[in-house]
Design a protein around this ligand. Structure first.
Ligand code: NAP
Length: 405
């Protein structure tokens, strides 16, 4: 075989992939598909445009193997994998280098808009993927509290994990993966489920090697049909002293700025509040050092009793954080979504959009993205701006970050 026949095949790492479907939704040529277990990439369809790279929350998407163009991994192979195959050693006479045209195409794609999403310029450097499925970190549960009131329809838990003397350094906005014990219906280990870290970088308790997760017990699917969420039920039922297998941390772009005067606009629904709690608490701990600019929060839940962290949130001083709560099913008021409140607060939202030091974070239900974008467009229209142009600028400067599932 001569070197000109070698190519880079795009593959998805089944060990890290959380099956969130963002890559399949994003791929403009439908090269990505999935079965009950794995997400795979069709070699003959993938154009290496890298549109699928930025939305992937774990980085599972960004994997390549050098293969002979005439003999790539078939999707049937990829469906059967529990882990990626090792990079093949070049055979005698074959160069390990890719041909110049393949390398050049890859470089062009990487340098373009499809490259990995960037963090704010002043974000701290994140660690990623320190613990893998083969070598997970073992954390001990030191707390498990129900956050939603007893009368609430949803059961959301605040779960504190302690890593003891194992390094698990995190930043606000990062996630980790949990491996639930046991086997799935096919007799294989459960795949990893991803949760945002709800604590600041220096610990749920400052100076401790611990962090918290915000987990909603899944008892129904999106259509309301009863299902038993494997990992959420496992986590919500944990007792103090139980041990949990954890992988990660993950996430290199949904990170907060650290420079003085930088402002945060946080827009979230339900348990999408986890990273917002981490960022808010970081700013609260650093307030005395003058690190923070303005904090503005838009938080949507069905009713006050369903809103995770409602009590502590309401105790924060008004001059520290501007809180806007949208309740969609409260018995005593009309239905409101976060996007309605963005419109209501148009003047202040417009001022933040004009402020070059403001950073925007959106986290929660996938469905909120469209509504939030429309609300920003309406606010911009009413205040002499064009949302498309504003959004372009925000993205160029890594000031707009979205994590929805
Ligand atoms: P939820 O309780 O189902 O919904 C929260 C609120 O959002 C409700 O008021 C709901 O209203 C409203 N809502 C529904 N559709 C909306 C739309 N199109 N635009 C704006 N608001 C809308 O939320 P959840 O079950 O906690 O889900 C949170 C989401 O965050 C999940 O998708 C989860 O995967 C994701 N997430 C979780 C974490 C974590 O660490 N746990 C981290 C990141 C993201 P109605 O239902 O009354 O219509």
């Amino acid at each position: 075989m001569n070197a000109a026949e070698l190519v880079r095949q795009h593959l998805i790492d089944p060990e890290i992939c959380i099956r969130c479907n963002t890559c399949e939704e994003t791929c403009p040529v439908h090269a990505i598909q999935h079965d009950a277990r794995n997400y795979v990439v069709r070699f003959d369809t993938c154009e290496n445009c890298r549109a699928c790279i930025p939305p992937c929350p774990t980085g599972a998407i960004e994997n390549y193997r050098r293969v002979a163009r005439s003999n790539p991994y078939a999707i049937e192979d990829q469906f059967s994998w529990d882990e990626l195959p090792a990079e093949a050693e070049p055979s005698p006479g074959e160069t390990a280098e890719l041909p110049a045209d393949v390398v050049r195409i890859t470089e062009i794609a990487t340098a373009g808009q499809g490259g990995a999403a960037l963090p704010p310029w002043s974000a701290a450097h994140p660690y990623e993927g320190l613990h893998t499925i083969a070598r997970p970190a073992i954390a001990t549960v030191t707390g498990n509290y129900r956050l939603t009131e007893d009368r609430a329809s949803s059961d959301v838990h605040h779960i504190v994990l302690d890593f003891g003397r194992t390094a698990f350094p995190v930043l606000e906005g990062q996630s980790l993966g949990v491996i639930a014990p046991g086997l799935d219906a096919a007799g294989k280990a459960h795949h990893v489920r991803l949760y945002s870290i709800a604590s600041p970088r220096n610990g749920e308790r400052p100076g401790y090697n611990n962090l918290a997760l915000t987990v909603k017990r899944v008892a129904a699917d999106r259509a309301g049909r009863p299902v038993h969420g494997v990992c959420s039920n496992y986590l919500c039922d944990l007792k103090r002293g139980d041990q949990v297998k954890v992988v990660g941390p993950y996430g290199t772009s949904f990170l907060m700025p650290n420079h003085p005067g930088s402002s945060l606009m946080m827009i979230c629904t339900g348990t999408g509040s986890a990273p917002m709690r981490a960022m808010t608490e970081r700013r609260r701990r650093r307030a005395a050092l003058g690190e923070g600019g303005r904090l503005m929060l838009f938080f949507g839940a069905r009713a006050p009793a369903e809103l995770p962290y409602f009590g502590p949130l309401m105790k924060l001083p008004k001059d520290f954080i501007d809180i806007n709560l949208a309740f969609s099913r409260a018995s005593d008021r009309p239905k409101r979504y976060v996007q309605d409140l963005i419109r209501d607060r148009g003047e202040d939202v417009a001022n933040m959009l004009r402020d070059p030091e403001s950073y925007i974070y959106v986290c929660g239900l996938k469905g909120m993205e469209t509504g939030v974008n429309e609300a920003f467009a309406a606010v911009c229209g009413a205040h002499g701006m064009t949302w498309d142009a504003v959004l372009d600028g925000l993205k160029r400067e890594a000031r707009f970050h979205v994590e929805t599932y």
